[in-house]
Design a protein around this ligand. Structure first.
Ligand SMILES: C[S@@+](CC[C@H](N)C(=O)[O-])C[C@H]1O[C@@H](n2cnc3c(N)ncnc32)[C@H](O)[C@@H]1O
Length: 279
């Protein structure tokens, strides 16, 4: 089955200007399956057919977009930026980010976005997300990693230093990950590059499943380990031990946790945001 979105990009029907999180859903949602949610493992499957991508837009695209509606108030730091989208799916979360977030100055994403890293275990979803990211940002480097979160190694998570890194976890921390996966160790690894890290997590509660645990665990970890006063040991009259090996230091400069209900489907959504400066 050919990918209708990639075809439309190649034929020029979809352009950087007319492609948004909303138009992707409106124009390419289809219902090829009689029982959509079952064909998609209730939206949590790893898809191997483009029909499933279109059905996902039909069954879950609206809800996916709604999760990005409650914005946090913050000012983006300007600078060369990398977006890393973990479990990026077909690119809906990437589109939500670049279509909804903007810079305060008169510059645009085109000025700041230098690279995009798309991580996703479904090859067909990854192909669509790559085509979308390349269409929107023809001058940026688009890197794809065909893996699950639990399979990423340190080489996959090497980022350029002294840049702005935006890490998106959209509807991925709420799906069951391997038992041995160390989420907090993973977080420490992805924020260890010197620079500014934005962490943005969105998810929704699934009835009867306690599936917000990872989001809350991550928030609690950042709040307890990386919110510091700005006093150094020297300020306190204590000598810094020069023999101690130099370590990176992370400081959370902004944090927000937001839970909200959408009356349309009476679903509860959780969103988390943190800005971490690593020096
Ligand atoms: C609900 S979709 C969300 C897609 C996208 N982030 C968005 O918000 O539109 C969940 C995605 O996670 C991917 N996925 C499933 N298990 C995963 C894992 N262990 N690691 C990373 N991604 C995974 C699926 O293939 C799917 O694309």
């Amino acid at each position: 089955m050919t990918d209708k979105v990639i075809e439309a990009i190649n034929s020029g029907t979809l352009t950087a200007d007319n492609l948004t999180h909303e138009t992707l859903r409106e124009k390419y949602k289809r219902q090829p399956y009689e029982y959509g949610p079952e064909a998609l493992s209730r939206g949590r499957g790893i898809f191997d057919d483009t029909d499933q991508l279109d059905q996902y837009l039909y069954s879950y695209g609206k809800m996916g977009n709604e999760q990005w509606e409650k914005q946090f108030e913050f000012s983006m730091i300007d600078g060369d930026t990398t977006i890393i989208d973990y479990g990026c799916g077909q690119g809906l979360s990437f589109l939500n980010l670049v279509c909804r977030w903007s810079h305060d100055d008169d510059k645009t994403w085109q000025d700041y976005l230098k690279s995009v890293i798309l991580i996703e275990p479904s090859q067909i979803a990854l192909n669509r997300a790559q085509a979308i990211a390349q269409l929107k940002f023809p001058d940026a480097t688009i890197r794809t990693i065909h893996k699950k979160l639990e399979e990423l190694d340190n080489n996959d998570l090497l980022f350029d230093t002294n840049k702005v890194m935006i890490h998106i976890f959209s509807q991925v921390l709420d799906i069951p990950l391997a038992d041995e996966f160390d989420l907090l160790g993973f977080f420490e690894t992805i924020t260890s590059t010197i620079g500014t890290h934005y962490i943005h997590v969105v998810s929704h509660e699934v009835d009867g499943m306690n599936n917000q645990t990872n989001v809350l665990k991550l928030y609690k970890h950042i709040a307890s380990k990386h919110v510091h006063t700005e006093l150094s040991l020297d300020d306190l009259g204590l000598k810094t031990d020069l023999k101690e090996p130099e370590k990176v230091r992370r400081t959370a400069t902004n944090m927000a946790l937001n839970t909200f209900n959408i009356p349309r489907n009476d679903k509860n959504y959780t969103a988390m945001f943190a800005c971490i400066k690593t020096i």
